[in-house]
Design a binder for this molecule. Structure first.
Ligand SMILES: NC(=O)c1ccc[n+]([C@@H]2O[C@H](COP(=O)([O-])OP(=O)(O)OC[C@H]3O[C@@H](n4cnc5c(N)ncnc54)[C@H](O)[C@@H]3O)[C@@H](O)[C@H]2O)c1
Length: 347
């Protein structure tokens, strides 16, 4: 296929989790390419104001487990399904493992069943690098490797989703694709107790607070700009050769957390510095860096946003939306992670 973007014109596309960090960007891109986009999202970890307001987008508020909502939305006969709704992410699943299993396990199974019954042409599952490779795989992380020693319920249920995809592909011939994302960041991710390090660091830096590093700061992650992930998803949904395959969508580069913290403090003019808090028990990954060779060979994936540019775009988005972000960001005490460590130490 020479122009995968043309492929989406007039297509009916379902994006579950389309109000979320990646889904809102994907839905916008699809609508701009001329697709009719249905979003199914229960807004459990998203903000209504973050849903793109475009003529090609129809939002249905609901749970992916709710069969009434599923019947309603599959009545529209989506041709392509991007299944991004998930109980997100590691610490949340440690705190609420049963809900994690319901959403990521049962929710994915129901989506696969409805997609099979209604004969959708493509089912793209949002898989996760951190849920497949475990903590001790050789770098760069390659698709052939997998670990059974995962460290959170989220990792287990995201892997379960891949396994269900394989069953529906092998048994029913459903055309599944399984891109594995790595540390997405960018405009559209509202900070909060269970959110990722980049939006939370930007939020605290803009409030003039110290940035809490959970660990030594030498840990690395493969941060991937959301537009690059969206481009990989568009390719995954269009290229025939991707069917049945799993491949990493990443930047292929490592960034140290301490460098990230310093960059964010600089970008936000925050002089409060950083502070070290204890590492979370489940956080056993020292370094993450993916091989992106397979995605490049299969679908021509090539991330092209530098970390500096991506970070600046994200900070700009925070500035442009600061009032809404500030009133939406919630960091309740009690449940978890870096914030709990900070509040308990301060209190
Ligand atoms: N962000 C990352 O770095 C990353 C990395 C690997 C994989 N992923 C996967 O990519 C997908 C999107 O991630 P994201 O960063 O946009 O997360 P997100 O939390 O912003 O998006 C998930 C969306 O799903 C919705 N949702 C949750 N439970 C639901 C339910 N029961 N019914 C309907 N909607 C529900 C949430 O409200 C939210 O809008 C997820 O499947 C996630 O597991 C993300």
């Amino acid at each position: 296929m020479t122009d995968y973007k043309q492929y989406y014109k007039n297509k009916i596309v379902l994006v579950t989790g389309g109000a979320g960090a990646i889904g809102s960007n994907l839905s916008r891109a699809l609508a701009n390419l001329g697709a009719q986009v249905f979003i199914l999202d229960d807004l459990s970890s998203a903000e209504r104001w973050n849903i793109p307001s475009l003529p090609g987008i129809l939002f249905v508020e609901g749970d992916v487990i709710d069969e009434v909502k599923l019947k309603r939305i599959f009545y529209e006969k989506p041709q392509i399904v991007f299944h991004l709704a998930a109980f997100f992410a590691n610490q949340n699943s440690v705190d609420y493992p049963e809900r994690d299993l319901m959403v990521n396990g049962m929710g994915t199974l129901r989506l696969l069943e409805y997609s099979t019954f209604t004969k959708v042409d493509r089912f793209v599952y949002a898989s996760s690098g951190c849920s497949i490779y475990g903590s001790h795989a050789p770098l760069p992380l390659k698709e052939e490797f997998m670990s059974l020693h995962l460290s959170t319920p989220y990792q287990i249920t995201k892997m379960l989703g891949e396994l269900y995809c394989n069953f529906f592909y092998n048994h029913y011939g459903l055309k599944v694709v399984k891109p594995r994302f790595f540390n997405s960041y960018g405009p559209g991710e509202v900070p909060g107790q269970y959110r990722n390090v980049i939006p939370n660091f930007i939020y605290w830096a803009m409030k003039g607070q110290e940035l809490p590093i959970t660990g030594s700061g030498e840990e690395t992650r493969d941060f991937t700009y959301v537009d690059d992930i969206v481009d990989g998803l568009l390719r995954a949904g269009a290229f025939e050769i991707a069917i049945g395959q799993e491949f990493n969508l990443a930047s292929g580069k490592e960034t140290r957390i301490v460098d990230l913290a310093e960059m964010i403090n600089d970008a936000a003019n925050n002089r409060s510095g950083i502070r070290y808090v204890s590492r979370r028990k489940w956080d056993t990954k020292d370094r993450l860096m993916a091989s992106i060779d397979r995605a490049g060979e299969l679908i021509g994936y090539e991330p092209n946003t530098s970390f500096e540019v991506g970070l600046q775009n994200t900070v700009d988005w925070f500035r442009d939306n600061w009032k809404r972000i500030e009133s939406s960001a919630s960091f309740g005490p009690g449940a978890s992670s870096a914030v709990r460590d900070m509040t308990s130490e301060e209190g």
